[in-house]
Design a protein around this ligand. Structure first.
Ligand SMILES: *Cc1c(COP(=O)(O)O)cnc(C)c1O
Length: 373
């Protein structure tokens, strides 16, 4: 979604940003107000807004290392004398969301310490990985992570808490604003620009002393990740709007889009479509579209053909090599679901296997490497 501008913004956020833009504000006061809104929505003791979830992770890790030592804040990231620097992370959580999650640890001057293997993690492995050098533990909640064999957050947090190790949860793309703190996280971090529909930003929420320590990093490594007044105001408005949003109504509209696509693809040669619930239990479904050769396409070539259309239709293509992609009904404008149904059926009806050569180009970064050409 990052490549698509992350999300569409809710009108409340746009209005709040436009209103604050031409004004001077006392940033500390604005941050204090934001802390109250974040606290109310997340159940955390405090919170602040940062440039992105990725920067929120780096600042939270840095805060767990420096705590209230302001000199240590200025010394990061390379001078970590006298600080605990090791950050535990399940090996199956060391994913890339567009950048490697462990880089956020290293950016803060921390040393990632993988726990377990990519496919399994046991409690004894976590318990024994904790040492006097441990600064924090990072837990990632995401469809990107390995979805089996990992230690559940509740157990993970209990083990860390017993040893006084702060648990920082990356919940960038999750709907649940309260559940991770309830399960024992000390800090949870969200993206402001994903489901919330706010401006590009991150939200850090949780234990007051740790949130404060993370906030202190704005005098250090956080300076290069500075967030503007407009983003703080925008996120506050997006949070308030989230609180009163008609979630059931939105879900029903998404469901109608999925039904429309499902019906449109029924009976198409070589195509099988089915509803798949979100892998991390966000309250939404997607359509998994399996593309067989009889359709005249591979999953990758059909995704490319859709992206090349007018208007371009961008599918979730992270599993195309397994023969399928996903259609996501989130945040469509009125009428767009119909356009998607029309384009897909048009392509499949006129399919001619020689027209769309097998390509995985949409998944390689060769185009990025050539930027701006
Ligand atoms: C999107 C995402 C991030 C990064 O969020 P930004 O706000 O874009 O920095 C981090 N972790 C996970 C799991 C994500 O999905």
């Amino acid at each position: 979604m990052t490549a698509l501008g992350a999300s569409i913004m809710v009108p409340e956020a746009i209005a709040a940003m436009a209103a604050i833009g031409p004004e001077f504000v006392e940033m500390d006061a604005l941050f204090r107000k934001a802390s109250q809104v974040i606290g109310r929505l997340t159940g955390g003791e405090a919170g602040f807004v940062t440039a992105s979830c990725a920067s929120g992770i780096a600042l939270s890790i840095a805060g767990a290392m420096t705590r209230d030592n302001l000199l240590a804040v200025e010394r990061l990231p390379d001078d970590t004398r006298s600080l605990h620097t090791e950050v535990l992370i399940l090996a199956g959580h060391m994913v890339s969301y567009g950048a490697p999650v462990d880089q956020s640890i290293r950016l803060a001057g921390g040393t990632p310490v993988p726990v377990g293997t990519v496919s399994s993690a046991a409690t004894y492995q976590l318990e024994n990985a904790i040492s006097e050098r441990t600064a924090a533990a990072l837990y990632v909640v995401s469809h990107h992570t390995v979805q089996y064999g990992m230690i559940p957050l509740k157990v993970f947090a209990a083990i860390c808490r017993a040893r006084d190790v702060p648990v920082i949860v990356d919940a960038a793309s999750e709907y649940d604003l309260k559940g991770f703190l309830t399960q024992g996280a000390d800090i949870v971090i969200y993206s402001g620009h994903k489901f919330l529909g706010g401006p590009t930003s991150g939200i850090v929420a949780g234990r007051k002393d740790l949130v404060r320590a993370a906030y202190h990093q704005n005098r250090g490594i956080g300076r290069g990740m500075k967030v503007g007044k407009e983003s703080i105001a925008g996120v506050m408005a997006a949070l308030e709007a989230w609180d009163v949003r008609d979630h059931a109504g939105i879900r029903a509209r998404e469901r109608a889009a999925l039904d429309l696509w499902l019906t449109a693809m029924q009976g198409m040669t070589g195509i099988t479509a089915r509803m798949i619930p979100d892998p991390t239990d966000n309250p939404l479904d997607r359509l998994q579209v399996d593309v067989g050769p009889e359709s005249g396409f591979s999953a990758a070539s059909l995704a490319s053909a859709l992206a090349a259309g007018d208007p371009p239709i961008i599918v979730r293509n992270h599993e195309v090599e397994r023969g399928h992609f996903f259609l996501d009904p989130c945040n469509l404008h009125p009428g767009e679901a119909e356009v998607v149904a029309r384009q897909i059926t048009h392509l499949l009806r006129s399919s001619n296997s020689s027209r769309f050569a097998e390509t995985s180009a949409i998944r390689t970064s060769s185009a990025e490497a050539q930027w701006p050409d």
